[in-house]
Ligand binder design. Structure first.
Ligand SMILES: Cc1cc2nc3c(=O)[nH]c(=O)nc-3n(C[C@H](O)[C@H](O)[C@H](O)COP(=O)(O)OP(=O)(O)OC[C@H]3O[C@@H](n4cnc5c(N)ncnc54)[C@H](O)[C@@H]3O)c2cc1C
Length: 413
């Protein structure tokens, strides 16, 4: 068993993990920081830097996304829900659809007021949202930032499908109206509008976390070590203090060590262990470390160190239904790129490389609406939704109930 000591260990080098690692490394160059990430590096890989290539990551044999498969569910007529999660340096930020989607201000306030997390309200978090971004869409907006590492733009093209969606909405759904900023975080977001993207308007690159917080700052961070292909098993405790982690190498990313997953390695942390392994990864590490619901831990023979019933519970997600429509022959879509058609990929890659624009600098999502039902629509939805509406939405007028938008692509399978 080998062992190394650091000041801080970050378990999970995804969106949050890379950002925390970068900020801590810059803030305190004397700290020795280790990031342990389950998946591979993403540096300069076109499938990560070119925004339009995102569907590549959710193909069944993906090495950059892990699929969590639920048990068969009666509510889904016996089907199993599958949730993809980023598994590479950058996590979701390196494989996701790059939609710039911010919560309503009241959602953050709920974290503070409803769930009792002091310091996690909107007024505390808005400065941090602003700090991470450079908003290239419009100047001097109160809720946006202008000097952060992650650029936000409309992407390199405005597809005719996205344009027509808004033209039709303006004509036929006058009651809801248009908004100039669909991600303003306030009530002003609720209307039809153009959708922003985590894409740099100048380079056309994906605004992912590793390229902008880790790779670009390597010279600034000699104190930061990143190990990829490492699966954190559990946190090591001395008394009540977390002092390190146990992990193993994933042979898939360490082909020279085919039996590496049988070898438990240890890394020690003198100051802090941060768990940032995502919605599924973090609760699993906590549970393997003896923190969670006692009966769950008992069932799998893990000694319960801290009984914490919330661990691994109350998972919520945004379920999506893609409704396909026939499009006109001249519709501008990402289908050719998604099919990996050589001519299309070459054509759009050249424009992307030379100008940072075009469909390769795009995510197929140009317009949409964060929608709240009208009183008439609520009646139509019926009584099943009433309780949830009253408890959660009615008194929070900035909260949308659903998203509807146009996707300029039909190759989603
Ligand atoms: C396909 C897809 C599309 C999405 N589209 C959008 C979008 O368009 N807009 C948007 O805002 N959001 C989108 N999201 C969601 C968004 O990307 C995530 O909410 C966000 O990345 C979560 O950040 P995180 O740091 O919590 O977790 P992640 O970014 O998932 O990071 C967790 C990291 O921990 C690692 N890990 C897990 N277990 C272990 C372990 N045991 N040991 C070591 N490492 C471990 C994982 O490999 C991963 O890299 C999408 C997500 C996916 C998967």
């Amino acid at each position: 068993m080998s062992e190394t000591t650091y000041d801080i260990i970050i378990a999970g080098g995804g969106t949050a993990g890379c950002l925390i690692a970068s900020r801590l490394s810059s803030a305190s160059p004397s700290l020795r920081i280790l990031v342990l990430e389950a998946g591979p590096h993403t540096r300069n890989d076109l499938f990560h830097t070119q925004p339009a290539r995102y569907l590549y990551h959710i193909r069944p044999d993906s090495t950059t996304v892990k699929f969590y498969v639920a048990k068969e569910s009666e509510e889904l007529l016996g089907r199993q829900l599958v949730v993809p999660c980023g598994q590479c340096l950058g996590g979701g930020s390196s494989v996701n659809f790059a939609m710039y989607t911010r919560a309503a201000a009241s959602d953050y306030d709920d974290w503070e007021n409803v769930y009792g997390n002091e310091g996690w309200g909107y007024k505390d978090l808005l400065p941090l949202l602003k700090k991470s971004e450079t908003y290239q869409v419009a100047k001097d907006k109160e809720t946006h930032g202008y000097s952060g590492p992650l650029s936000v733009s409309y992407g390199g093209h405005y597809t005719n499908i996205g344009q027509e969606f808004l033209q039709v909405a303006e004509k036929y759904d006058k009651g809801r109206g248009m908004t100039e900023d669909i991600n303003d975080t306030t009530e002003k977001s609720l209307g039809y509008g153009r959708w922003q993207k985590w894409i740099d308007a100048n380079t056309g690159h994906r605004s992912d976390v590793p390229h902008h917080f880790i790779y670009a700052k390597e010279a600034e961070h000699p104190n930061l070590e990143i190990q990829t292909g490492c699966l954190v098993k559990r946190v090591i405790f001395e008394g009540e203090r977390a002092t390190g982690v146990e992990y193993s190498l994933n042979p898939r990313f360490h082909p020279d060590e085919p039996t590496a997953d049988n070898v438990i390695l240890t890394a020690k942390a003198s100051k802090l262990v941060v768990l940032s392994a995502g919605t599924f990864g973090t609760p699993q590490i906590l549970e393997r470390s003896g923190i969670g619901q006692k009966d769950v831990l008992d069932r799998v023979g893990v000694d319960c160190r801290v009984e914490l019933n919330e661990v691994g519970e109350n998972y919520q997600d945004h379920n999506v239904i893609f409704a396909p429509y026939l499009a006109a022959d001249d519709a501008e879509t990402l289908d050719g790129i998604v099919r990996n058609d050589t001519d299309e990929v070459t054509k759009w890659s050249e424009i992307w490389r030379n100008k940072g624009t075009g469909l390769m600098a795009h995510n197929a999502i140009d317009s949409g609406i964060k929608l709240r039902p009208t009183p008439e629509e609520l009646k139509e939805i019926g009584p099943d939704f009433e309780e949830r509406w009253k408890e959660y939405f009615e008194n929070a007028p900035d909260k949308p109930v659903l998203w509807i938008g146009a996707v300029s692509m039909s190759e989603l399978r």
